[in-house]
Design a binder for this molecule. Structure first.
Ligand code: PRP
Length: 304
């Protein structure tokens, strides 16, 4: 199969993803152009993609927090690009939505992750994302019927901690977080603890107690994939403070930070809140775009 020429790629940027798309364009030595959206008085969206897509490998850049309003324009853009001659249409969604609704937790519920993945799979040829929440599915492959790259943010997080945090103690708020905590701790050569979480509702979360024991001289670093209401992180911060540990640095891969999450987490006793730039937010301090660019090089068969 012929290798892809780097200039053959064009990034199409959905609104709100400009910084990420520019960073990727620089890394991939290609152009990024905006997808224009116009909302009609009836609430429908008109999507306009740029000219010159014939025989190009088009990569849409659209993180998928608050996904319901983003999905229709994204699908319209993907189909428009293909109809206007794109040879391939891929998607970079640094945050991939709906992965938490991966089973029917109660009778009658939709298994949204399955439908969401099936819909996207019908419109795109490949997908790159960062640490998708695969608690029970474990991999993207069975969900998405296309080539996928699930980039691990752990190396970037570990590198940030190494230069910013003296004597870190990594703490994960639930068993699901152990995969990220262990990877970051290993790269740092740092100790880690994993708590047990009980979720009773959207904003009703508790975590197990901590035995502060040997850790009084360490800087606690709480790390989780998603920070949405922050109730998980808040419960963990409270346990740390009860145990007499220092105020923790809270790190999230995906800073959704709904509603009052940010001030509530600070009020609970976080020392600071730091995130990866999978979703544009003032807490972004850890750049995962180089890792995504690397994944795109593989997916698009570009030379390193
Ligand atoms: O900021 P919050 O609103 O607390 O949401 C974030 C938490 O939710 C997710 O896990 P979840 O509780 O959905 O559990 P799961 O791993 O069983 O899907 C995620 O891994 C975080 O721990």
């Amino acid at each position: 199969m012929a290798k892809t020429d780097q200039t053959d790629i064009v990034l199409l940027t959905l609104p709100g993803n400009e910084a990420q798309a520019e960073a990727l364009a620089t890394r991939l030595n290609c152009n990024a152009a905006p997808v224009l959206l116009h909302t009609f008085p009836d609430g429908e969206t008109l999507v306009t993609v740029p000219e010159g897509l014939q025989n190009r490998c088009v990569i849409l850049v659209c993180t998928l927090d608050h996904p319901d309003s983003k999905l229709a324009p994204l699908l319209f853009a993907a189909d428009a690009a293909r109809e206007l001659g794109a040879r391939k249409v891929g998607l970079v969604a640094p945050y991939l939505a709906y992965m938490r609704q991966d089973i029917r937790f109660a009778p009658g519920q939709a298994v949204s992750s399955r439908t969401f993945a099936a819909v996207l799979s019908r419109h795109i040829d490949f997908l790159a994302t960062v640490d998708p929440h695969l608690h029970r599915n474990h991999a993207l492959d069975p969900l998405f019927k296309l080539p996928c790259a699930a980039v691990a943010a752990a190396p970037a997080i570990a590198d940030w901690i190494a230069q910013a945090v003296p004597k870190p103690l990594l703490i994960g708020p639930d068993s699901e977080s152990e995969q990220w905590i262990a990877a970051v701790a290993k790269r740092l050569g740092a100790p880690y603890l994993v708590l047990e979480k009980t979720r009773r509702g959207d904003r009703d979360v508790s975590v197990s107690e901590i035995d502060a024991g040997a850790w009084a001289q360490h800087t606690p670093v709480l790390l989780d994939d998603i920070l949405s209401t922050a109730r998980t992180m808040i419960a963990a911060v409270q346990r740390l403070r009860e145990a007499g540990l220092a105020a923790p640095i809270c790190i999230a891969v995906h800073p959704i930070l709904s509603g009052d999450a940010l001030p509530s987490l600070m009020a609970a006793g976080a020392a600071s809140i730091v995130s990866c730039n999978t979703i544009a937010h003032s807490s972004n301090a850890i750049d995962v775009m180089p890792l995504i660019a690397g994944a795109l090089r593989s997916l698009c068969q570009l030379p390193n």
